[in-house]
Design a protein around this ligand. Sequence first.
Ligand code: PEP
Ligand code: MN
Length: 368
Amino acid sequence: MIIMLEPDTASRAEIVRAVGEVAGHYRGVTAKTYDFAGSEHSFTEVHLLGPTSTIPVEAFEGLPGVMRVVRVSAKYRLIGRHDPRTATVGFSYNGVRFDERSVNVFAGLCAVDNPHNVDRMMGALAAQGLVTTRMGAYKPRTSPYDFQGLGKDCLPWVFELAGKHGVKVVAMEVTNTRHIDEVHAALAASGRATGVMLQVGTRNAQNFELLKAVGQQRELPVLFKRGMGISLEESLNACEYIASEGNPNIVFCLRGVKTHLGEPHRNLVDFAHVPVVRRQTRLPVCIDPSHSVGRLEATPEGISDIFHVTGQGILAGAAMVLIDFHPEPKTALCDGPQALSLDQLPKLISYVRRVRATFEAAAEELRT
Ligand code: PEP
Ligand code: MN
């Protein structure tokens, strides 16, 4: 059972206390308070855990300062969009807002290779006014003989270059709990030159120890990539793990699912799930067109499949795009065949803006 308080209430502590007092009359029921910062309002919810099925909603509905009482199944208790009218979506991190109101483009290197390419990539972002990027340092590879990423050794210069170019958030995959500590330490050593969004990759979507570890720290938000071979529900439950450990700042990323039915694309593009995730949860939704499509072929008018699926995701309300670029894709040490070259960056930004404007216009026209 979730008791939602009036937003922005000055008497938050008093109301929480009153709710706790009533909850205390029910044996075995415990109350846990969660605060959410939306783009315009702050919300507080008190979640009642334990045998709540016999508690009447009226027990709380009449209390001053209580806006709504919602019965929820145990599923998606924290990440679920229990009430479409009041649910908060998103969070702010290092000066960047993540919600449904705009699109953040994280264009960057699948795998960091050398300072020169990182500098060129970030310079190109800065020229477009972008403050978000992706930089893979720890690479989970199918073959042990493939490039595994530069690991913690590259973090000092990646963060320093990010600071130099005004990059505020770097999406970076961690595959091991040790990597989380390494990222924290390197960020501190850099004087917090930038920020990091910890990426949980598709291969670790059910690595519960990693999920718990990214959830147990609140400083860095989490970019969770949908498991490529598990159900959407299982992936959303993985996000609930992260939130239940204490970190509600999660972005849910669709990146395609593994089946030969997606051929000739690398994966079967699953951006039809953007509206589903938006309806079921309050997490901002990201799309990764690069790992979904995995190749650069274009349609007759010259628009690449990677652009096309990006448009599909944005038309459905995706709020973030994670996309591979490389200054010289042919020399990339990981996923070169799907990397866009830097001259494509202004085109991508312009394309994203156009499609987003169409989404907003359509939403305005069709709003119920
Ligand atoms: C990545 O984004 O670098 C990556 C490895 O993606 P995924 O986990 O979706 O395969
Ligand atoms: Mn990759």
